[in-house]
Design a protein around this ligand. Structure first.
Ligand SMILES: Cc1cc2nc3c(=O)[nH]c(=O)nc-3n(C[C@H](O)[C@H](O)[C@H](O)COP(=O)(O)O)c2cc1C
Ligand code: SF4
Length: 464
């Protein structure tokens, strides 16, 4: 097998890598010229389809197939590039934009030509102010040089790119939440169908793709679909930027063929586990994907094999390492707090479920846990999300998966914690005790009004 040659990061170490001069001197914008002057849009779509490029934003949906869902008779198309990158521990999009913005712009240019979009919006998370400034400069340079604007390369194709900063919400990374936010509304995901390809931004056919997905496109045009498919594992082709963080000696973002293992990432690229400790668990691709145990470190991190571990998917391939001194109670307390804060609140199972999960973990952490909490948590995790069909978007699945995986893989640790850490303080009020015991409690007086006592059938799983 030929040695792997990084392409997405090949300019990262070049001085002035953000400038048009540096990018063009290394062959930049040749692929866009080739696509726009020598091919028609359908041909470009076919090449990307043949490459079997799968979306790098989380779901791994085939990119060319998504483009082919656009209606044939459409009048106007929008491209929305998802640079929200709010999945914890994920920073590959930021590096792609900050270190090589013209590679990214060339990817947008070719993808817009293929999908006949004359307007592209790059949606950047609020915190990425540096990336935003770099993009604004690079867009101006590209327009000045004729790579953007009217009649690009004399082909009659026009394209404008606008950068839009979000206000800092995880849910605006979900493609329809992003579109709502772009339109100036609250970032509430839309019920699908219709999918964005039919009715997206401003109710027009829209393609939503991740930054890294589009950064792959110039290389596919330049080197061909077969080259792309020669990298990676079956059904997971091409290069991938893996981020590694947490309890490692060196936090890195490294470009490798899809399908490396967590062990290789930690040992060969991140300098091993810090303080000479051992791995207890790893998060494969952002916290919404769940948790892998130390026994699963040789599973391939691609779109298919990862599912053997019970994780939701590859996600963003941002690996977080937890050493053998990490408490899984702390881990779940933190993840549940994150999702309870980020739920947009539209769907009851997500709004209430994430809130109750957080309350239960807070109580367990404080020493007020009950063994039956673990069954209640499993029941909640199994009933919220797109997977059981109870919510509009996948945020709820993301909240459920860490809980499901930890309960399946580390339940004895949680049980031991609950038994050992019972607080001597009365964390449970007499009213809560009465509710838990199913006995009728006294009416509750609050703010001058007397409320009837909650009935046993309505009792809630929290206790704080
Ligand atoms: C709660 C939630 C958050 C998401 N956040 C992001 C994100 O920050 N960036 C991203 O590219 N995709 C994110 N996605 C996935 C997008 O909805 C969408 O699938 C993706 O942008 C499509 O691009 P791709 O096909 O190129 O991967 C998120 C999905 C969900 C459910
Ligand atoms: S699943 Fe959660 S985040 Fe997604 S739309 Fe429903 S309430 Fe909002």
């Amino acid at each position: 097998m030929p040695a792997f040659e990084p392409v997405l990061t090949r300019n990262f170490a070049v001085p002035d890598s953000q400038t048009l001069r540096a990018y063009e001197s290394r062959g930049g914008y040749q692929a866009s010229r080739k696509a726009i002057t020598e091919m028609d849009p359908d041909k470009v779509v076919q090449i990307v389809k043949d490459s079997e490029l799968r979306g790098r934003g989380g779901a791994g949906f085939p990119c060319g197939l998504k483009w082919s869902f656009l209606p044939k008779d459409r009048q106007e198309t929008f491209m929305c590039v998802n640079g929200d990158e709010s999945e914890p521990a994920t920073f590959n999009n930021r590096l792609l934009i900050e270190r090589d913005p013209h590679q990214f712009i060339e990817g947008i240019l070719i993808s817009c030509f293929a999908t006949k979009a004359a307007t592209a919006y790059v949606y950047l998370r609020f915190e990425y102010i540096h990336a935003f400034r770099i993009m604004e400069r690079a867009i101006a340079e590209a327009r000045e040089a004729g790579h953007l604007g009217k009649n690009i390369y004399g082909s009659g194709f026009d394209l404008e790119i606008y950068c839009h900063r979000g206000a800092g919400a995880y849910i605006c990374g979900e493609e329809t939440g992003l579109i709502e936010s772009l339109e100036g509304k609250r970032g509430w995901p839309r019920i699908k169908p219709p999918f964005p390809a039919i009715e997206g931004a401003f109710r027009k056919p829209t393609v939503v793709n991740n930054v890294e997905t589009l950064a792959c496109v110039p290389h596919i045009i330049e080197r061909g679909a077969d080259w792309f498919k020669s990298i990676g594992t079956p059904k997971s082709y091409g290069p991938k930027l893996y981020c590694v963080s947490g309890h490692v000696n060196k936090q890195v973002c490294v470009e490798l063929p899809l399908g490396v293992t967590t062990r290789e990432l930690i040992e060969d690229h991140a300098g091993g586990v810090w303080k000479g400790r051992k791995v207890k668990a790893t998060v494969p691709g952002g916290i919404s994907m769940g948790v892998m145990s130390a026994d699963e470190m040789d599973v391939k991190l691609d779109f298919e094999d990862i599912k053997k571990t019970g994780c939701l998917g590859l996600g963003t391939a941002a690996v977080t390492v937890m050493d053998d001194q990490t408490s899984m109670v702390d881990y779940l307390y933190n993840t549940s707090r994150f999702f309870a804060h980020e739920s947009c609140g539209q769907c009851t199972p997500c709004r209430e479920g994430t809130g109750w999960m957080y309350k239960i973990f807070k109580r367990i952490k404080a020493g007020g846990g009950r063994l039956e909490d673990l069954d209640v948590l499993t029941m909640m995790a199994n009933n919220m999300g797109l997977t059981p069909g109870t919510t509009i978007c996948g945020l709820a699945d993301g909240a459920a998966w860490p809980v499901k995986n930890v309960l399946a893989k580390f339940r004895p640790e949680l049980e031991e914690y609950i038994k050992k850490n019972q607080s001597s303080k009365p964390l449970v009020t007499p009213l809560q005790k009465a509710i838990a015991a199913g006995t009728v409690a006294e009416p509750v007086a609050l703010g001058g009004r007397v409320y009837p006592a909650p009935q046993p059938a309505l009792r809630s799983p929290g206790g704080s």
